[in-house]
Write a protein that binds this ligand. Structure first.
Ligand code: NAD
Length: 260
């Protein structure tokens, strides 16, 4: 379905981003990976994807929280793969603390990576997409883009802001075949969430399994973690031809979290 399209997925060396990159590659898109990690591991991912799906795969390194690096990343992908059709803004970090003790540098980092990073990449990708009259932009927000939880002020602020940015980009490009949508995942068992589970287990003196049950029980009515593949299917829908009339939405994949 995406044969001949070029897709960049930020934060695709792990978790949800990697799941999305795999899904888009399986649909025939050439892929630009981005994210942190061991160089040899990343090269293994890159060559593995290319071989498994028979598509071109490049690695476009950048700290997405830095405007110049994000713009250079988009430019490098356009140069190496010819253009950019699909941009998935997925890179993100978490930090948990009450507001009054939330370290300012952690606030700045979460806002830079989870919110400004998407703006930097979109800003750099739009001229090419507009010139060709085609684009698919998918922003990975969160259930925390729609509702809040305690101790996640920066994350909740960034993810709410990302939904605002999604709507503006959708409106500005609505007359083209250029959509911008967001996905709002609930709990997905990735390194980002495993860290929160481990902290909860350590703090409460409970087992990791018990911490997982508590986490799900508090928020996610289906009592199951979503998988990166579940989120990737939603991304595939928003990048594929069946969603041409869909723009500016927040698509929840959250096991009922925000239905409560
Ligand atoms: P993860 O920690 O497994 O992956 C994060 C990815 O982002 C990694 O590839 C990492 O290298 C990359 N990254 C981090 N900082 C970066 C930076 N400055 N520049 C470029 N890349 C950077 O986390 P995940 O759970 O897969 O999260 C992916 C996205 O999904 C995030 O935006 C997160 O907020 C969102 N999300 C996750 C969940 C969940 O339950 N896991 C729920 C809702 C939303």
């Amino acid at each position: 379905m995406l044969k001949g399209k070029i897709a960049l997925v930020t934060g695709s060396t792990s978790g949800i981003g990697l799941g999305i990159a795999r899904r888009l590659a399986a649909a025939g898109a050439d892929i630009a990976l981005n994210g942190f990690g061991d160089a040899a591991e990343i090269e293994k991912l890159r060559s593995g994807l290319a071989e498994e799906f028979g598509v071109r795969v490049v690695f476009a390194p950048a700290d997405i929280g830095k405007a110049a690096e994000a713009a250079a990343m988009v430019g490098a992908v356009e140069k190496q793969l010819g253009r950019l059709d699909v941009l998935v803004n997925n890179a993100g970090i978490q930090f948990v603390s009450p507001v009054e003790s939330f370290p300012v540098e952690k606030w700045d980092a979460v806002i830079a990576i989870n919110l400004s990073g998407a703006f930097y990449a979109i800003r750099a990708a739009l001229p090419g997409m507009k010139a060709r009259g085609f684009g698919r932009i998918v922003n990975i927000s969160s259930a925390h883009g729609l509702v809040a939880s305690k101790e996640k002020s920066a994350y909740v602020t960034a993810k709410h802001g990302l939904l605002g940015l999604t709507k503006v980009v959708a409106l500005e490009n609505a007359e083209l075949d250029l959509t911008c949508n967001a996905i709002c995942p609930g709990w997905v068992l990735t390194p980002l969430v495993q860290e929160q589970i481990d902290e909860r287990a350590a703090k409460g003196g409970i087992s990791v399994e018990q911490a997982k049950r508590e986490l799900l029980g508090e928020k996610q009515p289906n009592l199951r973690f979503a998988t990166p593949e579940d989120i990737a299917e939603a991304a595939m829908y928003l990048c594929g031809p069946g969603s041409r009339a869909v723009t500016g939405i927040a698509l929840s994949v959250d096991g009922g979290w925000t239905a409560q």
